[in-house]
Design a protein around this ligand. Structure first.
Ligand code: IMP
Length: 435
């Protein structure tokens, strides 16, 4: 298979918000199929059209490239109201997705009582800082065999019976607060109304993708969230409810592993996390604040300030191993410009005083870990650099240490928000794709 026909997965290696949107946007014109396979409208990315930005949460990136067919796989959970609003916003800017969009009939719906349950839990002592979009309850209903799938919308006569078991369980859990839930009939009617214009897009995405693969279409798989938020491989229980790492791609599309050729892992040149949970890199000082302000580290979906710290090599190395990453895209290097010193977390000091790079499986054990930081000389500016040979020596030294610590080479380096601001590393699998 020629490199140019590579089917590629783009996966986040930290706690999300690594800048996957920019990379997908750069790459998607080279692909015929762009696929989302997990998550829902907890994700968020912004695409810029004629200087104006459109926020997208569920529509796959690639919407702006007329040659891309967009697929929402079975592993996704969908809020149809939000999806329709995104389609409307795109249409108003001249991007009509008619004829190039398919939603899996096996994807699950996010319903009003899922959102109510998410918010109710987040109001209590055990909150984990979710996005409040009903993601957890929608996946929970899926696993509990009480989920409602897009295909069920094609059988309106049985829809109330499909929704009822989950709805009744939520009412029980909410107790007196269930009074604010819409009546079951209102949920069904609202859903049928919203779904009506979307019915023609519902289909068998697995067959669609198998056919596209056999035909030799290039397929881009767009991950949402990231490995440290993966329900199995992340910092459980402070995670999202899907498999954001590589395994989720196969269960979330129905394609076999051999349909995938390369895996590009995306990481920022530093680390951020939004929401609660283990985050040893967190800096509560002026440097942390500087990263937040310069990097504009505020959530796309909820606007919450992100927690910021130095690049955490042990967590990123864990993500590289979990996903079998072939190459790294290191984003936002320019955010570190102008600092006297730049840190790299190479391990954690335990309560007993030893240094480890092993990640605990239990949230309680993270509390004892203190980051072991290696400091590097800072540099003046990398902003807008397009060839890695032009990088300041100090930036080179930092990136070399980063690569050594995660044991994966860099394929792409982003040096600013604009499309042109970045370097494709020569000789890597990305070079023929992005040339
Ligand atoms: P949920 O996905 O809304 O259930 O939230 C669970 C955790 O995942 C929370 O810490 C959220 O802040 C985090 N999360 C979910 N989606 C994203 C994302 O796209 N970027 C960053 N964090 C996210």
């Amino acid at each position: 298979m020629s490199l140019v026909r590579t089917n590629l997965a783009i996966l986040g290696l930290q706690w999300g918000d690594e800048g996957k949107g920019k990379v997908v946007d750069l790459l998607s014109p080279k692909f015929q199929q762009v696929v989302r396979f997990q998550g829902g409208n907890n994700a968020g990315h912004t695409v810029v059209v004629d200087g104006q930005s459109i926020a997208l949460h569920q529509v796959p990136s690639g919407a702006l490239h007329p040659g891309c067919f967009l697929v929402v796989g079975n592993g996704v959970v969908l809020n149809l109201d939000v999806f329709q609003q995104e389609l409307d916003r795109l249409k108003a800017r001249g991007f009509d997705l008619g004829g190039r969009l398919m939603l899996s009939d096996r994807a699950h719906l996010i319903l009003p009582h899922h959102i109510a349950l998410d918010l109710w839990r987040e109001g209590g002592a055990n909150k984990i800082g979710t996005t409040g979009r009903g993601i957890g309850p929608a996946y929970e209903m899926k696993a509990g065999r009480m989920g409602v799938r897009l295909g069920d919308l094609l059988h309106p006569e049985t829809l109330a019976d499909r929704i009822r078991p989950g709805y009744e369980e939520v009412r029980l859990r909410l107790g007196a607060e269930a009074a604010s839930l819409p009546a079951l009939e209102a949920v069904v009617d609202g859903l049928l109304r919203t779904a009506e214009p979307l019915l023609p897009y519902i289909g068998d995405t697995q067959s669609h993708l198998v056919t596209a693969w056999e035909r030799g279409d290039r397929i881009l798989f767009e991950g949402a969230q990231a490995t440290l938020l993966d329900i199995d491989h992340g910092t459980y229980p402070f995670v999202t409810s899907s498999n954001c790492s590589l395994g989720g791609l196969f269960t979330g599309t129905g394609l076999p592993p051999k349909a995938l050729d390369k895996i590009l892992g995306i990481a920022k040149a530093y680390t951020t996390r939004v929401g609660s949970g283990p985050f040893p890199a967190e800096m509560h000082d002026a440097t942390g604040e500087r990263l937040r302000q310069v990097g504009k580290e505020f959530g796309t979906t909820t606007g919450r300030p992100r927690r910021c710290g130095w690049f955490d090599a042990p967590i990123t190395a864990h993500a590289c191993r979990t996903n079998g990453v072939d190459g790294l895209a290191i984003m936002k290097l320019d955010v570190l410009d102008g600092l006297d010193e730049v840190g790299l977390i190479v391990g954690y000091r335990t309560g007993e005083g030893t240094v480890t790079t092993k990640l605990p499986s239990c949230a309680a054990d993270w509390k004892d870990l203190k980051p072991e930081v290696k400091l590097f000389k800072g540099w003046a500016s990398t902003r807008g650099i397009t060839r890695h040979g032009q990088l300041p020596d100090a930036a080179h030294a930092y990136l070399e240490a980063l690569v050594e610590s995660v044991e994966v080479p860099i394929a792409y380096l982003s040096t600013g928000p604009d499309r042109q601001e970045g370097c494709i590393y020569p000789g890597t699998f990305l070079e023929p794709l992005l040339a």
